[in-house]
Design a protein around this ligand. Structure first.
Ligand code: TA6
Length: 303
């Protein structure tokens, strides 16, 4: 995008001392949001949140030190939007993993400074000839990001056509942790899960989730709250969801990380994905004229 395009974004959607659009390394356009409660960065490509740091705190969202910022490639980290399918395409091996929303350029719809002191950005993804080749349905996708003491993200899928369609999706959030070997995820106890590291075996979670090897699990739940317990950073990250009855927990661990060009040496120890999803049997059917809302909210709490 050109300098003029950035200037136009600031003219249309910039808010003095709250929202500014900048062109970053690799040419990505990023909205920088700052208010008394928090700062955040959101890339227009993929409507990808790249940072959320509550005032006086440390970053909650992680981005790889080896991240590659270039058009058409999802930045490793942040909150990639996986849509309209989660994981590999069900039938087309050539189709991009996790769908196409995370690599498309979204358009700004609105920037709002709210009376509670938080700031909301609204972005939209419209279908085009390329996306229709990958997924021949009439849909509009909206992402609302509310930046404040908590971070709330709403992903709204609208069926603008006359036939029902099914989506699987995720807000594929990478959280910053002190050391993945020292943290645990609470709130998934006794839930069934699909173990993608063990050929999709179905298991039941015993106790909090802890990490000592590659972990890639789809928990099938009732949409409750879960918490990342991080003694090293002396904090808990409280995760709430609406419109989701499955949660993915992922860390690639050492061997997988080495094979990832954008992960960085040992970087896996500082991150943990806990993803609000509609995955596996939690796929969503959206009727003509209907809408599905996948919402997450994150807040920090003391230990
Ligand atoms: O959400 C976990 C997962 O599906 C893993 O299986 C791994 O593929 C990860 O997503 C990252 O996928 P990406 O395409 O971003 O490298």
């Amino acid at each position: 995008m050109s300098t003029e395009a950035v200037a136009e974004l600031n003219a249309c959607f910039g808010i003095r001392e709250r929202v500014t659009f900048k062109q970053t390394e690799g040419g990505l356009i990023v909205a920088e949001v700052g208010n008394a409660q928090a700062t955040a960065r959101i890339a227009l490509q993929g409507a990808q949140v790249l940072d959320w740091t509550p005032a006086g705190g440390q970053p909650v969202i992680w981005v790889s030190p080896g991240a590659i910022y270039t058009a058409g490639k999802s930045v490793r980290g942040g909150v990639p939007v996986c849509w309209p399918w989660f994981g590999p395409h069900a039938t087309e091996a050539e189709s991009p993993a996790h769908g196409f929303a995370r690599t498309q350029c979204w358009e700004m719809v609105q920037a709002q400074q709210l009376s509670d002191g938080s700031t909301t950005l609204s972005l939209r993804l419209l279908q085009d000839a390329n996306t229709r080749l990958l997924w021949p349905h009439d849909a509009e996708l909206l992402l609302l990001v509310n930046v404040g003491r908590r971070l709330q993200i709403d992903l709204l899928t609208r069926n603008t056509g006359d036939e029902a369609f099914t989506v699987t999706q995720a807000l594929h959030t990478y959280f910053a942790v002190s050391d993945v070997r020292e943290v645990s995820v609470q709130g998934l106890e006794d839930l069934p899960y699909i173990d993608k590291v063990d050929d999709g075996a179905r298991r039941v979670q015993s106790g909090p989730v802890t990490f000592s090897a590659e972990t890639d699990r789809i928990y099938l739940d009732q949409g409750g709250e879960c918490v990342i317990h991080d003694p090293g950073l002396q904090r808990r990250i409280v995760i709430r969801r609406e419109g989701s009855r499955s949660t993915v927990v992922w860390n690639p661990w050492m061997e997988k990380s080495v094979a990832m060009a954008d992960m960085g040496e040992g970087a896996y120890r500082g991150m943990l994905c806990v993803e609000a999803t509609n995955a596996a049997e939690d796929a969503v059917v959206v009727e003509p004229g209907g809408e599905h809302r996948l919402q997450v909210s994150y807040r920090l709490a003391s230990l």
